[in-house]
Design a protein around this ligand. Structure first.
Ligand SMILES: Cc1ncc(COP(=O)(O)O)c(C=O)c1O
Length: 379
């Protein structure tokens, strides 16, 4: 099998797995228990919190663990709206956000919030000028993703953060695809909330991260005990949290080398395919994007057919985001770039990660050319 869908999820790293396993077997104590088995679990969570905080330049007290990126995103959106519930609030986001942000916004609209969905240019970038122009007297929260999950485009978050900070408007960035793949420091981005997810950086599924700047208020998500600063009660997923701590530390250590390696793999993939299929197009920004993700459009060919033919050869790529796949609708991200429905449906996303090697590129290029020939031969 060649797995080239790392934007959907990643294989857990050997280190993260080795570090989490004892917390499922020998050291399975509840972190709230007073005896040493529980104390060890509590200490392990505290260490993971320090590892995560160090990786993104935050304080440990600013990190809360959740069940994933979706939960963390929903919490920020719903929580911020709840906090201002006495007022008719306005939220600004972009039209290419992940559905955990978009659907949270749709839910808030039903409760009376006003939401502006900013357009993006044909590379998938939000124009800072348009964002500034969208701000109203009652704008309380802006949520713009750091990097897009379908096309990999990176947004000018630091620039937006600088402006919003000066206006005193809360700023959230969904950094689920970015953390572990490009350097991310909350102080440089000037965000109040940042969300991430461990399974996207070779941690385990089921552990998300919420950074909340110290002093910023957010209502509690789950009521109960004192876990996670009392904000998200419930027995902690100790093993997953431990894995997240090691995975983020490990990713930070290899980020520069991995970035170079994955960028070269993407470049070779694009060139290799273009050699035989010159009409193939890269959707999104070819410069300012995550190193390992590339979205390719094959005019007149169904992305889904390509994906299935590759699957028959044991190659995993996707047609759009994993959460939206299974639906026949074209990707909202590709439509927002200005692509027609037909072009949007002709796209596949290849996303390389830590466990891909150069040989995978050769196999993928050959398999795509072959699949493309098969599909177009009948036309
Ligand atoms: C940009 C982005 N945000 C949020 C999520 C949701 O994260 P999780 O799968 O941890 O809920 C994803 C997952 O695909 C994503 O790509």
């Amino acid at each position: 099998m060649i797995y080239a869908d790392n934007a959907a999820t990643t294989r857990i790293s050997d280190l993260a797995l080795a570090k989490m396993l004892p917390f499922l077997q020998e050291q399975y104590g509840n972190a709230s228990s007073q005896y040493s088995l529980g104390v060890k679990a509590k200490r392990a969570i505290a260490q993971a919190r320090r590892q995560v905080a160090a990786a993104i330049g935050a304080e440990s007290s600013e990190i809360t663990f959740t069940s994933g990126g979706s939960e963390a995103n929903s919490w920020v959106l719903r929580g911020a709206a709840d906090f201002f519930k006495e007022e008719a609030i306005h939220i600004v986001t972009s039209s290419i956000e992940h559905h955990s942000v978009l659907n949270a916004c749709h839910a808030l609209e039903r409760f009376g919030a006003e939401v502006t969905y900013l357009p993006v240019d044909n590379c998938g970038v939000v124009a800072v000028g348009k964002l500034i122009a969208a701000i109203k007297r009652n704008t309380k929260l802006v949520s713009i993703m750091l990097a897009n999950n379908e096309i990999g485009t990176i947004q000018p978050i630091a620039e937006i953060g600088q402006y919003l900070h000066s206006r005193g408007i809360l700023f959230h960035t969904d950094a689920v695809q970015a953390v572990g793949h490009i350097p991310v420091k909350v102080s440089e981005l000037r965000v109040d909330f940042l969300t991430a997810s461990a399974h996207k950086f070779n941690g385990a599924k089921g552990t998300g991260i919420l950074y909340k700047r110290s002093g910023v208020a957010l209502p509690n998500l789950v009521f109960g005990g004192e876990q996670e600063h009392g904000a998200r009660a419930g027995t902690e997923n100790v093993a997953g949290i431990v894995a997240a701590g090691y995975a983020i530390e490990e990713s930070a250590g290899v980020i520069a080398d991995e970035s170079r390696r994955l960028s070269a793999m993407v470049k070779n993939t694009v060139e290799g395919i273009k050699e035989k299929i010159p009409s193939m197009k890269v959707n999104g920004d070819s410069e300012c994007r995550l190193p390992g993700i590339v979205n390719l459009g094959f005019d007149g060919v169904s992305g889904e057919s390509l994906m299935h033919l590759l699957d028959l050869k044991g190659i995993c790529v996707s047609t759009s985001s994993a959460c939206a796949s299974g639906k026949d609708a074209p990707s909202h991200v590709l439509l927002a770039l200005g692509l027609s429905e037909q072009h949007a449906k002709s796209a596949i996303r290849i996303s390389y990660g830590r466990y891909n090697a150069d040989e995978d590129v050769k196999e993928i290029v050959l398999a795509i050319r072959d699949a493309y020939d098969k599909i177009t031969a009948g036309k």
